[in-house]
Ligand binder design. Structure first.
Ligand SMILES: [Fe+2]
Ligand SMILES: [Fe+2]
Length: 326
């Protein structure tokens, strides 16, 4: 039991129905469920450090930003599926699968993360997140190209997985380690889902490859990509929605600033880049080994339509008419 990574192949070659896909999602979710209250139970933090505190301050806030994205992906996925149902039923199925997963499991699992980090944060003696800050993080996630958003979310999940994994590896507190490890594992399977949806949308001809490559490149582009977080000279202003990297605490005096190795060491950056290249390959079939290769692949996809040819050519002939992204 695992994530279905080749949705289009399953539908076209193994006759999977939407119901089959949704049942597989449910089975995998049930298999992976864990309870925060059972893990924490009567346990106490025994040896948390200042770094663990800073990590919790950030993680608890980062997790607040997921709910608006989950709601947007659920609603927009169904809307797009309805729009293309007649012209591209295969693409509509991929969108229905992505919308259902977002509404049912992604939102539910991210709720675990929000509550777990919130409880641990308070156990370290830091104040709870206040009402106004919580509500501010519930601003609506913007509507965008669905394939690009799938890739964006895959990137966010990889970022979370790498950052939380680093805390799990370096903390001396067993409870902090357990919670961060559990959540990092959840984020890793979320990344798999988002990559599989991006791949499904390309292979069913709903979006061209360039959209996924554009997002991957934007995420990691030298000096300005989102993996650089608060080190960028200027943060983008967005209306309504708060991105976690806009709220990175860099005030050394606060005792809550993240140490470099917790968020932007060269090792961590290399891990993030490797994960991104793997995700690009899984979603598009295009192999890149460096940011400059990714840049070349992206630019090529803008000017050479051949790069946008579907890997399996399963749904040839439909992509021209039903590309909702054009
Ligand atoms: Fe999360
Ligand atoms: Fe996640």
């Amino acid at each position: 039991m695992s994530v279905i990574t080749n949705i289009v192949e399953k539908i076209t070659r193994e006759d999977y129905t939407l119901t089959d896909i949704l049942r597989a999602q449910q089975a995998y979710h049930e298999k992976r469920r864990w309870s925060i209250h059972e893990v924490i139970s009567e346990r106490k933090l025994t040896s948390f450090s200042q770094r663990d505190r800073a990590a919790l301050w950030h993680a608890a806030r980062a997790e607040l930003t997921t709910q608006p994205a989950g709601i947007r992906m659920a609603v927009q996925g169904v809307q797009l599926a309805q729009q293309i149902e007649d012209d591209n039923p295969l693409g509509a199925m991929v969108l229905q699968a992505a919308a259902a997963w977002s509404a049912r499991y992604w939102l539910e699992e991210e709720a675990h993360h929000e509550v777990a980090y919130g409880l641990l944060l308070e156990m370290t003696g830091l104040p709870p997140i206040e009402h106004d800050e919580l509500v501010e993080h519930r601003g609506f996630f913007p509507e965008d190209n669905y394939a690009r958003v799938c890739m964006l979310q895959a990137c966010v999940e990889m970022e979370a997985c790498a950052t939380y994994g680093q805390v799990a590896k370096t903390t001396s507190d067993p409870l902090v380690r357990e919670i961060f490890s559990n959540i990092a594992r959840d984020e890793s399977q979320h990344r798999q889902y988002f990559v599989s949806f991006a791949r499904g949308l390309l292979e069913s001809g709903v979006y061209p490859v360039k959209d996924v490559l554009a997002m991957a490149y934007t995420w990691v582009r030298p000096g300005a990509g989102e993996t650089h977080g608060s080190t960028r000279k200027q943060q983008s202003k967005r209306q309504g929605f708060v991105n976690w990297w806009e709220r990175v605490n860099t005030d050394e005096e606060s005792g809550l600033a993240l140490a470099d190795e917790q968020i932007r060491s060269s090792n961590l950056q290399a891990t993030k880049e490797r994960s991104l290249f793997a995700a690009v390959f899984e979603a598009t079939g295009i192999k890149v080994n460096s940011i400059s290769e990714l840049e070349r692949a992206y630019f090529k996809s803008l000017t050479q339509p051949d790069t946008n040819r579907l890997r399996y050519s399963i749904n040839q002939g439909t992509s021209e008419q039903v590309c909702v992204a054009q």
